[in-house]
Design a protein around this ligand. Structure first.
Ligand code: GDP
Length: 219
């Protein structure tokens, strides 16, 4: 008689993200995929290092630069992680040269997505470690914090500051948001030095797989 064996192992997070593939570009609410699989959204000011970070986290060179091709910059771009869910690349905000009508369209789409999307399991906000929590970052957080879902802040370009500065900025950002009561993680992050990459992979991965384990059934 065959005996079933169940082996529980920690998820290999880099491999978990490496399966990411471009899925769809969305420009209006009606275009969002049906609610269902978990989504983790990435937001940040333009130039914060969001595309580079998504590429480093997924080890898929140029994946997120799909979001930068003409016609897609002000859109929501979905990357599929097989059956696990989606990484959702939200349009970078703060472009000076964007026409007002486009800004308003973007704002409405984002506010709506943040405040009402059921599948949204958590938010990753990328901020340049030298300029964290700008007014636009705060506005974005105001749309999402009331939902009391996890927020992970990546303080990007951490290689630009010394160790003391990195830790102090992380402490200040944590302090500024502690009253919100949301599950919060603030990670100094550098796509260049790779500081914080593994921690970010695990913490973002756990938004999809809270147990952090995978079970293999063998006979
Ligand atoms: P996005 O507009 O937020 O997608 O930003 P990009 O990923 O295009 O990055 C903007 C600029 O920041 C580019 O010139 C990147 O080379 C640079 N950059 C991105 N990540 C890092 C980092 O970890 N360290 C440093 N020093 N520069 C970075």
């Amino acid at each position: 008689m065959n005996t079933e064996t169940r082996t529980e192992a920690t998820v290999n997070w880099p491999a978990f993200f490496q399966r990411a593939q471009f899925h769809i570009t969305v420009n209006e609410r009606a275009g969002l995929p049906p609610e269902g699989l978990a989504e983790v959204a990435f937001a940040g000011r333009s130039n914060a290092g969001k595309s580079t970070a998504i590429n480093v986290l997924t080890q898929r060179n140029r994946l997120a630069f799909t979001s930068k091709t003409p016609g897609r910059t002000q859109h929501i771009n979905y990357f599929g992680l097989g059956e696990e869910g989606f990484l959702v690349d939200l349009p970078g905000y703060g472009y000076a040269e964007v026409p007002k009508a486009v800004k308003l369209h973007w704002q409405k789409l984002l506010a709506d997505y943040m405040a009402t999307r059921h599948s949204l399991a958590g938010l990753v906000v990328l901020m340049d470690i030298r300029h964290p929590l700008t007014l636009l970052d705060q506005q974005l957080l105001e749309w999402f914090l009331p939902r009391q879902k996890p927020v992970i802040i990546l303080l990007t370009k951490a290689d630009k500051l010394g160790r003391g500065g990195r830790l102090e900025t992380a402490r200040q950002v944590r302090q500024a948001l502690v009253d919100s009561g949301v599950p919060l993680s603030v990670i100094p992050f550098s796509s260049h030095s790779r500081e914080g990459v593994e921690q970010a992979q695990e913490e973002i991965g756990r938004l999809f797989r809270p147990s952090g384990t995978e079970i293999t059934v063998g006979i």
